[in-house]
Design a binder for this molecule. Structure first.
Ligand code: NAI
Length: 370
């Protein structure tokens, strides 16, 4: 375990267990990757894991990803993640949610602000409301709102940066009008991005297994294709907003886009795919940079004290910063002939290392989140 922590540069991994009144044993892991830039922020997953080592690996890998994401989003936040391991004999529908999330809130509180939790796979806003009764260190309770709006804004900013970088005239604000965008997934983020692209004159091709969403898309003027055909559409920008791991050794060779820029987490099935994209001249906007709008929203909502009137504007300005970060990384990758992931990761690590003092949470602060 310590070897694994060492290889991932993990700061701490906290373990908790409790037995419920129904005699179910629940376990939780809170992994803190790095708090050099601020307390660790990251969602809580609540899942069945085949083996506890997989849960540790999941928590640590995701916590590391959050550190990198926060560092490149320029928020004063570290990276953390928690997982709740559901007992194998408890179905998702039978979880004692009130009991579980009250206890989980107490686990978070015991870390005195080093970790700020949020919603993730298997948890809901209502769970975070229960957590918020036990601790103020929660960033996605119902009084905070849906981060998808901010994530979608970040994706639009990222698409703009990639189009500008790729434009032969090197102009700012390359027009969306006349360009073709293929969007995988019309959920909270994808739907918003699709509508904005359409409103700005882009041609939108979309795919989603949900028929209702497809009808709505067609009614607005989007072209709908089957979910097995979206990745191979000829387009300027492929915008994955559904699943992870979709760009693998096979699909990478069949893409017909010039740019890959969407919100889905972990789009590349392994690091080597970035090299394939590079060789095929497909510009990739690393997912953890382009989808940081939601993190920026959560972090700034959580940290805001006092006057909230300018908060929306400040969040928007911070999200606009995704543009410069991407351009910096695109330029460096080009000039050093490196793949974009490599350059982005190195930049994140250097930002994490440049502040060596460990920031303590401000105990006197009053947060609005709880
Ligand atoms: P969502 O669950 O609201 O939407 C996902 C959509 O993808 C659904 O409409 C679903 O029907 C569709 N879908 C599922 N399988 C598909 C397939 N094979 N082909 C095409 N569409 C398919 O999720 P949301 O919130 O829109 O997030 C989208 C992605 O962005 C996820 O990977 C998520 O992890 C990531 N993300 C989301 C953030 C947010 O603020 N919501 C923040 C950062 C990342």
């Amino acid at each position: 375990m310590f070897k694994r922590m060492q290889s991932m540069q993990m700061q701490a991994v906290h373990c908790f267990r409790i037995v419920s009144p129904n005699q179910h044993e629940y376990r939780a892991i809170i992994a803190l990757h790095n708090t050099n830039l601020g307390p660790a922020l990251g969602g809580c997953r609540c899942l069945h894991y085949r083996h506890e080592q997989l849960a540790f690996d999941d928590a640590m890998r995701l916590a590391q990803g959050m550190s990198y994401k926060a560092a490149l989003a320029n928020v004063e936040q570290g990276g953390g993640k928690s997982v709740i391991l559901l007992p194998s004999n408890v179905d998702l529908g039978d979880i004692e949610r009130e009991f579980l999330f009250t206890w989980f809130g107490q686990c978070v509180e015991s870390l005195a602000g080093q970790y700020i939790t949020a919603m993730d796979v298997g948890t809901q806003v209502s769970d975070m409301d229960v957590v918020a009764r036990e601790t103020r260190h929660v960033a996605s309770a119902s009084n905070i709102g849906d981060p998808a709006e901010s994530t979608a804004l970040g994706v639009m900013v990222g698409i703009r940066a990639a189009l500008d970088f790729n434009s032969s005239e090197n102009i700012m604000n390359t027009a969306i009008r006349g360009k073709t965008f293929a969007i995988q997934g019309l959920g909270h983020v994808g739907w918003r991005v699709a509508k904005q692209l359409l409103n700005q004159g882009g041609k939108v091709i979309a795919a989603d297994p949900d028929e209702e969403k497809c009808w709505q898309a067609q009614a607005l003027g989007m072209e709908v294709v089957g979910i097995n055909n979206i990745l191979t559409q000829e387009c300027d920008v492929l915008v994955p907003c559904a699943l992870g791991g979709i760009i693998n050794d096979d699909s990478a060779l069949n893409l017909r886009c010039k740019i890959l820029a969407g919100s889905a987490n972990n789009q590349l099935s392994h690091d080597g795919i970035a090299e394939i994209l590079n060789n095929r001249n497909i510009l990739y906007a690393p997912d953890y940079i382009i989808n940081a709008g939601g993190l920026i929203f959560a972090a700034m909502q959580y940290a805001q004290q006092g006057d909230r009137s300018l908060l929306e504007l400040k969040i928007k300005q911070k999200i606009e910063g995704i543009y410069d970060t991407l351009i910096e990384i695109f330029k460096q990758a080009q000039s050093e002939n490196k793949n974009i992931n490599e350059v982005a990761n190195a930049l994140a690590v250097s930002r994490l290392e440049c502040k060596h003092e460990i920031k303590r949470p401000n105990k006197g602060a009053v947060y609005d989140a709880a």
